[in-house]
Design a binder for this molecule. Structure first.
Ligand SMILES: CCCCC/C=C\C/C=C\CC/C=C/CC(=O)SCCNC(=O)CCNC(=O)[C@H](O)C(C)(C)COP(=O)(O)OP(=O)(O)OC[C@H]1O[C@@H](n2cnc3c(N)ncnc32)[C@H](O)[C@@H]1OP(=O)(O)O
Length: 302
């Protein structure tokens, strides 16, 4: 077996890019939770995993009501489930979707970024980085079955997937809307978007914080297919079959070739990226902006 840049070619699992990342090791409790997935469903409180070993795929459903905001707990459980599937050779693909009606994910949890201390912000941001790195460089075929609104960090997660299917509902908008909150999408969010929809469209979308409704999302290439709501899952399954018809080693090496440079940019500066985030989010003006935004979200109801 040849070794290419740390990847073992000739076995199914070609690369584990996170194995050498600082902070990538899981705790003892988490490690004990690993192991073969088998045919029974598994998961955790916030991440349901429905395996179909015969098909070599699993459906992973985010279940953190009401809006799947990416809390530290959800990020941690997400990474653990992902690692379980990555480590089990039975699985070649994951369909990522939501168990919360009407929302794929509301993005990063604003409560994790408001009124906390720098150590908390640092821990939180490291977890966000970790999930992105693992998803972006995953060996598995990842298909996003987007069955709800998909702003900011929710959009980022979908952009790490190899293919996005969006339900045709005008409420299911998708995009990186950070500027609307008075915050800035970090460079690796931006890179992920540029790699998907190109530079000019990203520049406009990012500055204006555009949340694209389905037809526009399809037009700019933010998603690959828009289908009636009741066909999202079946479409994701048939797209998965197409992707799984490609030999794993060739597809995985190609994916790595397309994505590694983007991931490496973050890997090389993880610590400074954390410091930038902590400095930025701790500013009084940014905290005020986030509070105002949260207030507006709450007022919407009343
Ligand atoms: C030059 C220097 C640069 C340095 C840069 C360095 C670092 C970068 C710094 C910062 C970058 C940080 C990046 C952040 C990315 C993000 O993901 S921020 C989150 C953005 N998310 C949103 O804008 C979505 C907000 N939510 C909604 O629009 C709606 O909730 C929804 C998703 C469309 C669903 O609508 P629905 O009507 O069903 O539900 P409600 O709105 O009633 O919400 C229910 C409940 O949930 C609360 N909530 C919603 N979203 C969030 C969230 N993201 N986090 C936490 N809580 C959320 C909402 O407030 C309601 O709560 P309740 O009133 O208490 O019931």
């Amino acid at each position: 077996m040849a070794l290419v840049a740390g990847m073992r070619v000739g076995s199914r699992v070609l690369f584990r890019p996170w194995a050498w990342l600082p902070g990538a090791a899981l705790g003892r409790k988490e490690s004990a939770a690993r192991g073969r997935v088998g045919a029974r469903g598994f998961g955790s409180q916030r991440v349901l995993v429905e395996p179909d070993p015969a098909a070599g795929i699993a459906v992973m459903k985010l279940k953190s009501p009401p809006v799947n905001s990416l809390s530290l707990e959800l990020l941690t459980e997400f990474v653990i489930s992902l690692e379980k599937l990555e480590n089990d050779k039975t699985f070649r693909g994951i369909i990522l979707t939501s168990d919360c009606p009407g929302v794929f994910s509301a993005g990063l949890d604003l409560m994790e970024m408001c009124g906390k201390n720098p150590a908390h912000y640092a821990e939180y941001w490291k977890a966000v980085q970790e999930l992105w790195l693992r998803l972006y460089l995953s060996n598995l075929v990842l298909i996003a079955a987007i069955n709800g609104a998909c702003p900011a960090g929710g959009c980022l997660i979908s952009l790490t997937c190899d293919y996005r299917v969006l339900a045709d509902n005008p409420k299911y908008v998708i995009g990186l809307n950070e500027t609307l909150l008075g915050i800035v999408a970090p460079f690796w969010f931006k890179d992920t978007l540029v790699n998907t929809i190109g530079h000019r469209t990203s520049e406009r979308a990012l500055q204006l914080g555009i949340l694209f409704p389905p037809a526009e999302a399809l037009q700019v290439g933010m998603v690959d297919k828009v289908v009636p709501e009741d066909q999202v899952q079946s479409t994701a399954l048939s797209v998965m079959a197409q992707w799984l018809s490609i030999p794993d080693h060739a597809r995985q090496l190609t994916k790595n070739m397309m994505r590694k440079a983007t991931a490496d940019r973050l890997v090389k500066q993880r610590d400074s990226d954390i410091q930038n985030f902590v400095g930025f989010i701790s500013r009084d003006s940014i905290q005020k902006s986030l509070q105002v935004y949260l207030g507006k979200l709450r007022q919407k109801k009343g």
